[in-house]
Design a binder for this molecule. Structure first.
Ligand code: C2G
Length: 449
């Protein structure tokens, strides 16, 4: 009996999948189909599956070609499966040509011609699920957003906007993207959603104008400088069925989700302390060092430190105190935010022009979680105990610079997949705005405005 195996996500099951399975079955007598888990697809950078695994398995089963269906959930599994099931032929579509040649050491590898003109992306398009994104602000992060979004299926950056003509033209030339400098309404006409990466003080107004035009919004932090403004914008978005998300990158990384889970599952007992530090030495003359009104250590990096604190201890703190060290221009180069909870203390430290260890430490009654620098880009962490010989190590890698997970979350929320905003809730974002408001008052006082 000739045994054949093939694998795939089989999302939004279509004719290309059907034909592939049919021909795979014809290669032998017994066909095993491996359907990928969401977690595995996530780890190989294939983000934004629409159908849950049970649906995808059912769709494969319904073709009648599979004699057996298995689940693929980790790298290296193909070699194990081929040996375990005594496979004669491994097959996959021609989009993978060459990629699986290493399996020739275990069985015969056949690449079947891919069915042209059909894919899950095209289907999304047909269903109106391809989200056209416009970038507002073509500064330092815009190119990264543009590049990382290409890994998120269902997302396409189609236009950019920047009233600063020089910056707009530079971006336009480099990325060959229509870039508007004055006609904001025309820019909005071309898109379904915006990513706002303009100067901090312009965020809230762009959010407001975009929401009022019926666009979903992903906005760089800090979104607003006051609680009331954050409340107004989130309320408006909710009322109009629009997605509004604050872009605090760390919140969306796979390892960060795992850190939160381990902090809450009892491994370190009850959490009593959190220390989160984020520092950078920005280039001389950069916004972080010069814009003493709307930039500086706290406004640029303070949200990062508040993130694990609010996620783990909640937003119901009893007291918050903010202290800054100011540089020559009156800008804060180092700021500490102390939170007092009933039963816990937490500190977020932010430095711009001051460098420290960017670690995250979560202290509990039975041990602590240590996330090495840079914790906001974590791909591993440890759980440590009194006995230094007992260490549990966790790894959860991310692809690219991690941006794509934030974009993927935005897109899937727009598409109604994973409705809940548990990774960074509107409530948490509003509470951050409340602390920012307090900081801005302090800044005004310090700067004698
Ligand atoms: N396919 C095809 N024609 C299309 C689209 C897809 O023949 N128009 C094939 C793919 O080449 C693959 C199978 O259908 O063999 C499943 O495709 P996907 O669901 O996109 O899965 P994929 O990401 O290719 O996973 O471990 C997983 C495997 O590496 C393949």
């Amino acid at each position: 009996m000739k045994k054949v195996i093939t694998y795939g996500s089989f999302d939004l099951f279509h004719e290309g999948h059907y034909k592939l399975l049919k021909r795979a079955k014809e290669l032998g007598d017994y066909l095993i189909v491996g359907v990928t888990t969401e977690h595995f697809d996530y780890s190989r950078g294939k983000l934004n599956l629409i159908d849950p695994i049970m649906t995808r398995i059912e769709n494969v089963r319904a073709t009648g070609f599979a004699d057996e269906i298995i689940v693929e959930d980790h790298e290296g599994q193909k070699i194990e499966d081929i040996q375990r099931y005594n496979i004669d032929i491994f097959t996959v579509g021609s989009d993978w040509t060459g990629k699986f040649d290493y399996l020739n050491a275990y069985c015969k590898v056949i690449y079947l011609e891919r069915t042209p003109d059909i894919s899950s992306t095209i289907i999304r398009h047909g269903r109106g699920q391809l989200i056209r994104i416009g970038i507002i602000g073509t500064g330092r992060v815009a190119p990264r957003f543009f590049e990382e979004s290409s890994y998120v299926s269902g997302a396409e950056v189609v236009a950019a906007y920047n009233p600063d003509v020089d910056s707009a033209m530079e971006f336009n030339e480099k990325y060959k993207l229509p870039t508007y400098v004055d006609n904001f309404e025309k820019f909005l006409d071309k898109i379904d959603a915006v990513y706002i990466a303009s100067p901090n003080e312009t965020h809230a107004e762009y959010v407001r104008r975009s929401l009022m035009a019926g666009k979903h919004v992903l906005c760089e932090k800090p979104m607003t400088f006051t609680y009331d403004e954050a409340l107004e914008l989130y309320t408006f978005a909710k009322l109009h069925g629009l997605r509004l998300m604050e872009g605090i990158r760390a919140a969306y990384l796979p390892a960060f989700q795992q850190i939160l889970a381990v902090a809450k599952n009892g491994s370190i007992g009850r959490v009593v302390g959190i220390d989160a530090t984020f520092t950078r030495l920005p280039a001389i003359g950069s916004r972080e060092q010069c814009d003493y009104k709307y930039s500086g250590a706290f406004l640029e990096y303070g949200c990062y430190g508040m993130l694990p604190i609010f996620k783990i201890l909640g937003t119901d703190y009893e007291d918050v105190e903010i202290k800054s060290i100011l540089g020559d221009s009156g800008i804060d180069i180092f700021t500490e935010i102390h939170f007092q909870y009933s039963g816990a203390l937490a500190t977020a430290k932010a430095g711009a022009g001051v460098k420290s260890e960017g670690a995250l430490i979560i202290a509990g009654t039975q041990g602590y979680i240590y996330v090495p620098a840079p914790w906001w880009m974590a791909d591993s962490f440890e759980v440590r105990h009194e006995d230094p010989n007992i260490v549990e190590r966790y790894r959860s890698e991310f692809k690219g610079d991690g941006f794509r997970y934030e974009i993927a979350e935005f897109i899937s929320k727009i598409n109604g997949v994973g409705q809940s905003d548990y990774k960074l809730t509107a409530g948490e974002s509003k509470e951050m705005a409340k602390v920012i408001e307090q900081f801005m008052k302090l800044r005004k006082k310090n700067q004698g405005d």
